[in-house]
Design a protein around this ligand. Structure first.
Ligand SMILES: [Cu+2]
Length: 371
């Protein structure tokens, strides 16, 4: 409960320190595009004349690595996530209590269709951007969605636990650490993963029991189940480099997910199974957004996509591929006009619209794609 007070006072400070008459970048961006056809929406420089087609994305928030944020910014972010849990739900799923739950339930609802498909990474780009928009527009968060670049922490020594000592897992101004060890049944651990160290409720941090509850599908704490060998081996920079060395979107999209097995590393699995393990929230493919760390992990994957796009923007603003149906690599491929939906969270958009983080739909950037 004390954390709430600290966050609140940081928040109050923020209004005075950060709000200025022209700091309304949040007014443009993905929100302003929802009123298709309405003109003059949200442009802070609407009357400068002469430009019949004003740029929609003004002052995009710039995403930073978690440890690039100062304590004030960290508290603002964690406070804004808490704020989402105080807002009414907008999705139709039974069990959702607040707006944070909407994100988890929407992901759970679509889990069978949005992984190991060509639009996996762009669906998640839209999902994270919509979460960022909610933080900014509904919770007065002034910053951008941060990310966790786990490659900075991955050790060559598989069994090292140093990665779990990194700042993001801080028990004071962070996401908290591991859960207490709990046995997993064979049914809970179908891949027979070894090296589990947790499984209980997250200890400390902003999302510990008493501070934060996930409600969907049934109320539970955020659970963590750190597995050092997965975290270290799946989060290596060499794997990121391999994914970013792919020549086209289709092979990029396939490389970032690799195969649904633990016999080969995949960077998407690093945060999910390194921090979520078997019993942790992040390790549950459907319910993983129930741990707020999900958004730090997926924003890093999005940064990796953006870094890859930057190597050839003229092509990579207009290229998609990969299966429509999971694993159907010989079947029908997605095209630029393929529509994705994130339920009631935001309107349907095409993959082409999602290729540009600063286009008609999305509005964000990265302060530094290298880190
Ligand atoms: Cu997902």
């Amino acid at each position: 409960m004390h954390l709430g007070k600290v966050l609140l006072s940081f928040g109050a400070l923020g209004l005075g320190a950060l709000a200025s008459p022209d700091s309304r970048g949040s007014g443009s961006g993905i929100g302003s595009s929802h009123g298709h056809g309405s003109s003059g929406d949200g442009s802070p420089h609407g009357s400068d004349g002469g430009n019949p087609d004003p740029i929609k994305c003004q002052d995009p928030p710039l995403r930073k690595e978690w440890r690039q944020l100062n304590d004030f910014e960290k508290a603002e972010y964690l406070g804004a996530v808490h704020c989402l849990t105080s807002l009414k739900p907008i999705s139709p799923f039974k069990g959702v209590v607040n707006h944070y739950d909407d994100f988890q339930a929407t992901h759970a609802d679509q889990t069978p269709y949005i992984h190991w498909v060509g639009f996996f990474i762009l669906w998640h780009r839209y999902f994270v951007a919509t979460y960022e928009k909610a933080l900014r527009e509904e919770c007065q968060y002034q910053g951008a969605q941060p990310y966790w670049n786990w490659a900075l922490d991955a050790s060559k020594d598989e069994n090292s636990t140093a990665i779990f000592e990194t700042e993001i897992f801080s028990k004071t101004l962070g996401f908290g650490g591991n859960g207490k060890y709990e046995e997993a049944t064979a049914e809970q651990n179908p891949f027979n993963l070894t090296g589990r160290t947790g499984g209980g409720c997250v200890e400390g941090g902003a999302f510990a029991p008493g501070l934060f509850t996930r409600n969907y599908p049934t109320p539970d704490c955020v659970r963590r189940d750190f597995i050092p060998w997965i975290m270290n081996s799946f989060a290596q920079q060499s794997l990121v480099d391999h994914v970013q060395a792919q020549d086209d979107y289709t092979s990029f999209a396939r490389a970032i997910e690799n195969i649904p097995s633990f016999s080969e590393p995949n960077i998407h699995g690093s945060g999910h199974f390194g921090a979520g393990g078997v019993l942790g929230t992040l390790g549950n493919s459907a319910q993983s957004p129930g741990d707020p760390l999900f958004f730090m992990h997926h924003t890093n994957l999005d940064r990796i996509l953006w870094g890859w796009q930057l190597k050839d923007l003229p092509t990579r603003f207009h290229q998609v591929g990969g299966p429509i149906v999971p694993f159907d690599y010989g079947g029908k491929n997605v095209t630029l006009d393929f529509e994705v939906n994130i339920g009631t969270l935001a309107p349907n958009v095409t993959l082409e619209q999602l290729l540009n983080p600063q286009g008609d739909i999305l509005c964000y950037g990265y302060a530094n794609v290298e880190h």
